[in-house]
Design a protein around this ligand. Structure first.
Ligand SMILES: [Zn+2]
Ligand SMILES: [Zn+2]
Length: 840
């Protein structure tokens, strides 16, 4: 045990030895205890970031969870190296949430922290190697082996090298022994380079030399001197016009940006000359990344009578319930309700979080909120740069953003007084994180977070998830319904188009029915707009040799490669692999290779031929990859420059344009036949969302759904927009087959690069689990629809558990322990078991 100092008197004062438990962003289930240097005794607070050594060579940033005086018994505590923040950047309630998520979603708090903190708040740690300053081959008495020499030679050319560089140079991962030997021979030094990743944004500015501002005479003398240099005096004149220092000398300090000074007449080089001559001086200023003008609190949100009533009901429910479900049909004006509730919450001095499934798809809502809440509102978004995320984090911390609008990761922001959370489109699957851990559902986590703050949660949707509606029906949530469209706009008329009959009569053109083509032609003639939906991107899902039926497949995944025409390549949508399109079949040499199936790219091409008078554009992942490309498409559609927009589910929300009077759903069958217990619920939600784009104004809207089987009851419910019918049917089936909301599911994905091993391991794990949990609770193992992804074979085990009368945490610990035991067996060493709680 190491010697510790306790309460040593020093000139009357007493020093106490303190320890702190640190949460580190590593997948280890516990916290680590470090000793607090005496000089930090008074300043170290829970929630502050600290720098610590972890293992032999890693330097990590962690968050202090607790400061205490309990000596750890199992190991000698190391001193922590540095305290990074004077004030906590993580709130106590966040630490509580991280722990809850780790327990519930079967991961470690470190994994939660790793996802929660923006990268800019983590430190990069890189151990660096350099030559010992006294080292020379001529004077050293030691001998060196080949690898050592290789490294030393390389270090003589480079100032320093990182671990990664050395790894690459020597082609080996274990460097510890090598470094140890070289250190002993006094040939190298190791040092740690830790740097903050977050960089404030600065702009380069110029201002007049202070001496010239003070003294009018020297300024006049300067103008005289510049008479023969008209370009430079132009710069000076413009500066004085923009910054009238003669009247307001104090305004010189903030100067002008170079961009403001340079124009058609004034070149950057004239500015540079004046700087060189000491007339102007350059300086840098830190600017916020978000410049949002103050909101206009006078904007009047007028609620209709129905909305007023709904608002009143929500507030009444909040008196005795924490959660309210707002079921409002598309176009019923849920956003106005949200705005009025947000305003009221902010007036009451609490923080508000408005969750959206995906910001890019909801540009219009964010734009509206910005106009009203302006600078009070932070936007947190996965497409933002990391520096932007750090600024939102700090804005929430220091109170400048009492309102945050964001995607699922905004539940990690450092709120301390969260009074209201709105989860818009609560049924959306993008609230669930698939990879990496924590595999959390943001809606469900929001409910827990809200409870921790003593706040309220409003879930909103036109097509609530079966789970949420069930809670509302059973009085766990308050239920409020809005059944009329805003301003009396009518719900669109929904028609089915029978592809089986059309095929029999050979009236199909490129898989479009006459019915849909005629409707599209009519829309274009009336100068209205249409959306065609197909949830499959690329040109064709696969290509096929007509002679021998060869189909190109991905080498890493068990899927066929999708043909992309514009890029002229085959792509794997699971791992991103790209391949050339073969001109001849590699199996039989035939040139008869045809495309099979219909992706958005092919639909776009077909529509240009079928409706030549229309301007057709496409909106999917492939056409919106570049920054701003989504916005450009969105704007052109809004301005009526596009007649027909073809797209994936990207077109299903946010496109609230008056011109849209027709929505075509190209292939409903594929969605309905997807093998998942939620496939009917999903189809209903997706079709209703897409259909909701039509007829949002006075003009009536129409929806045409292409299907080969008109008899499916779900289609009738879609036509009638019979949510209740869908819900009752789903709830009956789920009760019968014991699916959520009646049970809880945990899925274990067992994976390995060899199929036999993955299968054997999954079998053994399932048997172990069945032994205690019983056969009816542990299902599988079975191969999923796509049985191999990125070179790993997958097996699924599904665990179905009762919601009541079961020690859920105990069961999770049992599952984790069994998985751990399995992979610690020699045979299964490289097998991975990934738990997914409440899988989607
Ligand atoms: Zn062939
Ligand atoms: Zn692949």
């Amino acid at each position: 045990m190491q010697q510790l100092e306790f309460n040593i008197s020093e000139g009357g004062g007493e020093r106490q030895t303190l320890f702190c438990d640190v949460l580190l962003p590593v997948p280890v289930p516990k916290l680590f205890t470090y000793r607090v240097p005496f000089d930090l005794n008074d300043t170290l607070l829970p929630g502050c970031r600290v720098v610590v050594q972890f293992g032999k060579k890693k330097i990590l940033t962690g968050i202090v969870a607790e400061v205490h005086d309990r000596i750890p018994e199992a190991y000698d505590a190391r001193l922590l190296l540095e305290q990074l923040d004077e004030q906590p950047i993580v709130q106590p309630v966040q630490l509580k949430l991280f722990q809850w998520m780790a327990d519930y979603y079967m991961c470690t708090p470190g994994e939660v922290l790793n996802v929660a903190l923006p990268t800019g708040l983590k430190l990069s740690s890189q151990s660096q190697v350099q030559l010992h300053p006294d080292f020379s081959y001529r004077t050293t008495e030691h001998t060196f082996n080949e690898k050592e020499k290789l490294l030393l030679d390389s270090l003589q050319q480079n100032q320093s090298m990182s671990y990664a560089d050395v790894e690459a140079l020597l082609g080996q991962k274990t460097l510890y022994q090598l470094f140890k030997n070289l250190l002993a021979k006094e040939a190298i030094l190791l040092f740690e380079q830790v740097q903050e990743k977050y960089k404030p944004k600065t702009v380069r500015k110029v201002r007049l030399q202070e001496g010239l501002v003070q003294d009018r005479n020297s300024l006049e003398a300067l103008f005289k001197a510049l008479e023969s240099h008209p370009k430079q005096s132009d710069v000076l004149l413009k500066y004085l016009r923009e910054v009238p220092v003669l009247q307001h000398p104090e305004r010189n300090a903030s100067g002008l940006t170079k961009a403001e000074l340079v124009d058609a007449q004034i070149s950057p080089s004239s500015v540079r000359t004046l700087v060189k001559n000491g007339v102007l001086e350059e300086f840098e200023e830190t600017v916020p990344r978000f410049w949002i003008p103050d909101g206009d609190s006078s904007i009047d949100i007028r609620l209709t009578e129905d909305q007023q009533k709904a608002r009143q009901q929500i507030l009444e429910h909040f008196e005795d319930k924490d959660t309210v479900l707002l079921h409002g049909i598309t176009g019923s004006g849920k956003t106005e309700l949200y705005i009025s509730l947000i305003r009221e919450a902010l007036d009451n001095g609490v923080q508000v979080l408005y969750l959206l499934p995906e910001i890019a798809l909801t540009t219009q809502i964010v734009g509206r909120l910005k106009k009203i809440f302006g600078g009070q509102m932070g936007v947190y978004h996965s497409r933002f740069s990391d520096n932007e995320r750090v600024e939102v984090w700090q804005g929430v911390l220091n109170g400048s953003f009492p309102l945050v609008v964001g995607v699922r990761s905004s539940i990690f922001l450092p709120f301390h007084n969260l009074g209201l959370i709105i989860v818009d489109e609560e049924h959306e699957t993008s609230y669930k994180q698939y990879d990496p851990a924590p595999r959390y559902h943001a809606r469900d986590t929001a409910l827990v977070l809200s409870k921790m703050h003593g706040g309220k949660t409003l879930l909103g949707s036109a097509t609530p998830s079966v789970e949420s509606y069930y809670q509302a029906e059973n009085d766990k949530y308050g239920l409020v319904e809005l059944t009329k469209r805003y301003a009396d706009a009518q719900l669109p008329l929904i028609e089915l188009a029978d592809t089986r009959v059309a095929q029999k009569h050979k009236t199909m053109k490129a898989m479009f029915t006459q019915q849909l083509v005629e409707a599209l032609k009519n829309v274009v003639e009336r100068r209205e707009q249409a959306i065609v939906f197909q949830n499959r991107r690329g040109y064709a899902p696969y290509i096929n040799c007509e002679e021998c039926s060869w189909i190109p497949k991905c080498v890493n995944c068990a899927v066929s490669l999708t043909y992309h025409m514009q890029a002229n390549e085959l792509r794997c949508h699971y791992c991103g692999l790209k391949e050339y399109v073969p001109t001849a079949c590699p199996a039989c040499g035939s040139h008869k290779i045809k495309t099979v199936g219909y992706g958005t790219e092919k639909l776009e091409e077909s529509l240009r031929l079928l409706v030549p008078e229309a301007t057709v554009e496409r909106m999917d992942l492939d056409t919106t990859r570049r920054k701003n490309s989504f916005q450009t498409l969105f704007d052109s559609f809004g301005e009526g420059k596009i007649d027909i927009l073809v797209g994936t589910q990207m077109v299903s929300k946010g496109l609230d344009f008056e011109g849209v009077t027709l929505v075509g759903i190209f292939d409903a069958d594929r969605m309905l036949h997807y093998p998942d217990f939620r496939s009917h619920e999903r189809t209903y939600q997706l079709v209703t969302q897409v259909a909701g784009r039509a007829g949002r104004s006075k003009k009536p809207g129409k929806v045409i759904i292409q299907t080969s089987n008109l008899e499916q009851p779900i289609l009738e419910r879609i036509i009638q927009s019979d949510y209740g019918g869908v819900y009752r049917n789903e709830i009956r089936e789920r009760r019968e087959y014991f699916y959520p909301p009646f049970s809880r599911l945990i899925r274990l994905v067992v994976r390995h690069s060899e199929k036999d091993l993955a299968e054997a391991a999954a079998k053994e794990l399932a048997a172990r689990l069945q032994h205690k949990l019983g056969k009816e609770r542990v299902l599988g193992p079975e191969e999923p629809l796509v049985g191999r992804i990125r070179g790993l074979y997958l097996m699924h085990i599904t665990i179905k558990l009762e919601r009541q009368g079961i020690d859920m945490q105990g069961v999770k610990q049992f599952i984790a322990a069994q998985s751990q035991e399995l992979v610690s067996q020699k045979d299964y060493k490289k097998v991975e078991v990934v738990p997914d709680v409440d899988p989607y």
